[in-house]
Design a protein around this ligand. Structure first.
Ligand code: ADP
Ligand code: MG
Length: 597
């Protein structure tokens, strides 16, 4: 028989069982001490629960029955019995505490261990890996997959204690009376089987409900994110319907799980009780026949009731396995991903204001079949300002991504101050360069927090960066200046204001090479020109590579690189290119006429 898990991969029950136990093995190897404490607590509890039955049987024969027979109670015996009950109860309580706290600690440690590993891995995986995966998946790896993987840890100590309890109970029943013990031998497997069947019916429903909950919140998230589109285009009804459909599916699934529970719960409760009835019927006749003492009947009946309930823990444990195996596998697939960014050990030789950037026969394509950049070579002298101009989709953003090492070229090399960027040690490139892209991302933080990103900068430095980015004016006008909270993704600012804050974030770090990929597209043309002028005169003489469209901006650059068909087809001043290169002239003039007045 095969079950279909959330990944849609068929997996036999036997495999799930084996893998489930293997995952438990991983947890036990990682946390042997906590596991030992929890298990010992559970065994103590199990053994004492059974001992309780023995105390009860013993008290029946030595205290209760003599009391009925003789009409008086032996006080010292009564005290002994009370002390026994109290002692056993206290030790059981200690066992429960050790088991629960131990299981909780063990599970929480497994979660935190894997979440930290995942986060570290996310940070070290290259951009290209991240672009292949939706954000929601990364979050669900770190949240629900981690929780699912270690779900069986919670019932594990109790299940182990229950197994021990069952073995001891059966031995004790056999010692009490083998005929009555037969009933126990029959009932325990039936309770276990019913539990496992219940888990098999309910588990897939719970997994489905979990997935539906995720889908539901995804729809809600998307609707809220796209609130503008939804409202302005009058799509409220469609969005409501989309949401309602999922909500109804979720409701039906949860109701189905509830129905299954309603059917199984009475059966699970009735089984041991029917068995107790049987024990009484059979036991009484054997007592009357003088074959056993009444205490044996009490012991067996009590054992049946108390052991049948914790047997559920075995069902919980095994029922968690399918989810656990799938979650664990998903975490593994991320952790075992080996496409890491390789760093070298070199540092940049120079530390003067402007860095020299040089591309040497750089080739790159997003897939092996379709090349994008081919044989791109150019040098940029320290402190100069170069505009990169090319048609849409000609590869300008890709080129800036290569310079910032968000990706590595397929061929050729990129050097900064003569050092191949791939040979730089981790952090060296980021310390010397800054990239600002068109989509300005702001954090839910203050203006200051968004500029410094937790770095150690004085307010003067922050204001200086804001001033060059032409953002000082509107920031000063905000209610709390630098301390103004910007809200999620900076929604309280206009697009152009967001871009200027993210430019200031790059500037405050005093980069030696600043790469602007259309970073001021939402800013007014004359403000954009002022920014570039300020960068040139006050930007600490950083080397500037600017992807730009507007003539006024391009005109401020020392030189223009014209990118066409994956190659740098021309290089020169804006004025020279305008006169000698008709394709260039056509492109920049087209930009100008497209721009709204
Ligand atoms: N992550 C990516 N995966 C695959 N193709 C991409 C990716 N990013 C960009 N491209 C493609 O590469 C080409 C160049 O994109 P881009 O460098 O953004 O151009 P530009 O910035 O000049 O407009 C486009 O055809 C685009 O569709
Ligand atoms: Mg682009």
């Amino acid at each position: 028989m095969t079950g279909t898990d959330a990944l849609g991969v068929g997996r036999t029950r036997a495999t799930t069982m084996r893998e489930g136990f293997a995952i438990l093995g991983v947890a036990i190897r990682r946390e042997p001490k906590v596991f030992a404490v929890a298990t010992i607590g559970s065994l103590l509890f199990g053994a004492l629960t059974v001992a309780d039955a023995w105390v009860l049987g013993w008290a029946t024969d030595h205290v209760v029955l003599p009391a009925f027979r003789d009409g008086r109670v032996d006080t010292s015996l009564l005290i002994a019995v009370v002390a026994l009950f109290v002692g056993v109860a206290l030790l059981r309580a200690a066992g429960i505490v050790a088991r629960r706290v131990g299981a909780g600690i063990m599970q929480a440690r497994m979660w935190s261990h894997d979440r930290r590993d995942l986060t570290r891995q996310y940070l070290s995986l290259p951009m290209e890996w991240h672009q292949r995966r939706p954000t929601g998946q990364l979050l669900s790896n770190a949240n629900s997959d981690v929780e699912a993987a270690w779900g069986p840890i919670a019932p594990l100590p109790m299940a182990l204690g229950t197994v021990a309890m069952m073995v001891i109970a059966l031995i004790q029943m056999l010692l009490a009376d083998w005929v009555l013990a037969l009933i126990g031998i029959l009932v325990f497997p039936m309770v276990i089987a019913t539990n496992i069947i219940f888990q098999r019916v309910v588990s897939p429903l719970m997994t489905r409900a979990q997935a539906l909950r995720a889908e539901l919140s995804e729809i809600a998230h998307e609707s809220f994110d796209g609130a503008m589109v939804v409202k302005t285009l009058g799509r409220e009804d469609e969005e409501t319907r989309r949401f309602a459909e999922k909500a109804h599916q979720l409701r039906d699934t949860v109701v189905r799980a509830g129905r299954a529970r309603a059917a199984f719960d009475p059966a699970l409760a009735a089984l041991p009780e029917l068995a107790v009835l049987l024990v009484l019927v059979v036991g009484v006749s054997r007592v009357l026949a003088g074959e056993i003492e009444p205490g044996a009947v009490v012991t067996v009946a009590y054992l049946l009731t108390i052991v049948s309930f914790p047997i559920r823990a075995i069902g919980w444990l095994l029922g968690e396995f399918p989810r656990s195996v799938v979650g664990y596998e998903r975490i593994r697939s991320v952790l075992e991903e080996s496409t890491r960014v390789d760093y070298g050990s070199e540092t940049l030789a120079r530390s003067g204001p402007g860095a020299a950037l040089s591309l040497d026969q750089v080739g790159f394509g997003y897939s092996p079949e379709t090349g994008l950049l081919d044989d791109v070579s150019f040098d940029i002298a320290p402190g100069s300002t170069i505009a990169l101009v090319g048609a849409t989709a000609s590869g300008k953003s890709t080129l800036t991504a290569l310079v910032g090492r968000l990706r590595d070229p397929d061929r050729g090399r990129i050097t900064i101050d003569g050092t191949d960027v791939r040979h730089l040690r981790h952090g060296a490139l980021a310390a010397a360069t800054a990239m600002v892209s068109q989509s300005a991302f702001l954090f839910e933080d203050t203006v200051r927090g968004n500029v410094t990103l937790g770095g150690d900068f004085t307010d003067e430095q922050v204001w200086e960066a804001l001033r060059i980015a032409q953002a000082d004016g509107f920031v000063a006008a905000l209610a709390h200046g630098l301390d103004t909270e910007l809200g999620e993704r900076g929604t309280s600012l206009s697009g152009g204001q967001r871009q200027r804050i993210s430019l200031a974030r790059a500037l405050v770090r005093r980069p030696r090479l600043l790469v602007l990929d259309d970073a001021t597209s939402a800013v007014d043309p004359e403000v954009e020109a002022r920014i570039l002028a300020a960068l040139r005169s006050e930007g600490a003489a950083a080397t500037l590579l600017v992807v730009a469209y507007r003539k006024a901006t391009i005109g401020l650059a020392d030189e223009v690189l014209f990118l066409d068909d994956g190659r740098i087809v021309d290089r020169g001043t804006h004025a020279d290119l305008l006169t000698r290169n008709p394709a260039y002239a056509e492109l920049v003039n087209a930009y100008e006429t497209e721009e709204p007045a």
